[in-house]
Design a protein around this ligand. Sequence first.
Ligand code: AMP
Ligand code: TRP
Length: 351
Amino acid sequence: MTTTAQAAPTAERASQSPARRRVFSGVQPSGDPQLGNYIGAFKGWVDRQDEKENFFCIVDLHTITVDTAPDDLRRQSRELAAALFACGIDPDKCTLFVQSHVAAHAEACWILNCVTPIGWLERMTQFKDKSAGRESVSTGLLDYPVLMAGDILLYSAHEVPVGDDQRQHVELARDIAARFNRIYGETFVVPEAVIPDVGGRVMGLNDPRVKMSKSFSHVRGHAVRLLDEPREIERSIMRAVTDSGNEIAFSDDPDRAGVNNLLGIYKVITGGTNAQVERDFADARGYGDLKRRVAELVIEELTPIRRRYYELMDDVAELDRLLAVGADHARSVSDPKLTEMKEKVGFVLPS
Ligand code: AMP
Ligand code: TRP
């Protein structure tokens, strides 16, 4: 990864390969990035950056849909950018930017709001989960999937790599694109969610029935955080909840979800098949051995990432410069699409 290189000029980058498929994905600067983010999202983004034309967005507008302290948001936005570059996102190959740096996202959201029936939003399971039991929720929380649709549609993305939990939001983006196209004429590419098979859902180490999440990454033993020291990683994995058996094999039995989760993590990091992974553990002596080997592998994978992260965080000016380059390139793609949307709905364009 080169973080000091100047990104190629916009026009040159855009013309690199017109046939390459566009990819857009976003991640919220909330909580500490954890192994689920890495395995379900970041690793795949990095692995595919040569094949596709990629846009990755730190979605701070999404984060303020729930109470967020301003200082935390500012710090976590930079930390997430550094973590993504540290995972191997290459600014010469990808466009990594902060959503609020590109005004088109908020503007597109407004226009798309006006073609989106409220009922579509009230149906979203994430909205129902996040609003359950609360006396008051922000309008932004309900509108969150429309903002997300705008993110994707502004870049004419064909593919949207996300974890399983975001599938419904990408479906909604498709519905919104199709409806806008029907009302105003062909405008948007109808995007598709790309969900990894295994690792689409990394489960909590302390409770393999719930997804590993940034929101619980402060809970002891729940997650491996991307920047955890080796000792912490080892402790969390060695304490992972398993079952009372001793068979090391993939399984969809909910009682064996803990072992399945550890094998899934191992599989994604090694890139092997189920059979290869099971063969690797054929000589293992019980779950203790399984945990030890998974811990070693995760430590080996995350150690260089942690080192690069601290180097980047030592030079915030350089980090901000990289994000400014990303935002410039993002605008060069999203601004013309926003202008097209404005034209289609009948706004008088400024001369
Ligand atoms: P979030 O942490 O919810 O902002 O999610 C950022 C990205 O990571 C999204 O693509 C999520 O679907 C993915 N992701 C988050 N947690 C997990 C997990 N436990 N397993 C797999 N993917 C995840
Ligand atoms: N809602 C997504 C999440 O919480 C983040 C996101 C925002 C996103 N905009 C996006 C993901 C566009 C993919 C495409 O994980």
